[in-house]
Design a protein around this ligand. Sequence first.
Ligand code: FAD
Length: 236
Amino acid sequence: MTFDLPSPRGALTPNRPLDSLTWLRVGGPADWLFQPADAGDLADFLRQLDPAIPVFPIGVGSNLIVRDGGIRGVVIRLGRGFNTITAEDDRVIAGAGALDAHVARRAADAGLDLTFLRTIPGSIGGAVSMNAGCYGSYTADHLIEVRGVTRDGREEVLTPADLRFAYRHSDLPEGWIVTEAVLRADRGEPDALHRKMADQLARRDATQRPGSAAPVRPSATRRGSARPGGKMTRMS
Ligand SMILES: Cc1cc2nc3c(=O)[nH]c(=O)nc-3n(C[C@H](O)[C@H](O)[C@H](O)COP(=O)(O)OP(=O)(O)OC[C@H]3O[C@@H](n4cnc5c(N)ncnc54)[C@H](O)[C@@H]3O)c2cc1C
């Protein structure tokens, strides 16, 4: 597909193979891969982008299968500009590109318990979108609010009520890109939280083959294979 695109500050790469950006290491190219510099860059880009062009946010691809034919439109992946993690009182503010494991560790350093995130191999954007969870805790249990950008380039804040979380699912609006999440966490003693995560990792490594994938359950969601022109399937 050829089309005119805005000129952002971040990286815009044509015909970018996606296999190296997914957990399963398979999949053809995106027409364009956009890695915005920051939320303002993302908003400007989407505001100027022809509304007819599909956009597909991806995290670190741990819940995606991209077909060999690739993806028509613009795939958006949040990088360095979206990786900050800060702890304030009983809450953690995490960029959507931050890895769940990093957020769990940084939270523990600050004496905050987000240990359920430690063994989930995704990003915070993916965790919000998929209501990621482990050991009986889910993202929905901790989320205070989520900041993001709409398909037409407006910066917005959504609450858990807006997202109507269910098991491994959220009602994130079509084309909405999560840029940051604010999570509430219980207090804990940092050493104890780090020990708890070490136990979780040991248990995972004892039961799960390294490099294996979570069970594949193709879904016909708004970002799934049923979408016209879409070439991605979510795994759960
Ligand atoms: C070995 C293995 C173990 C796993 N264990 C668990 C587990 O214990 N618990 C669990 O819940 N899941 C688990 N998963 C599934 C997966 O890790 C989670 O669903 C994770 O939250 C996906 O995050 P991601 O960044 O990889 O998202 P991706 O796979 O890249 O994308 C998943 C969905 O999120 C959307 N998305 C991603 N980023 C954004 C964003 N910034 N804005 C809007 N939408 C976005 C994508 O459009 C897509 O629909 C596992 C997967 C594997 C491979």
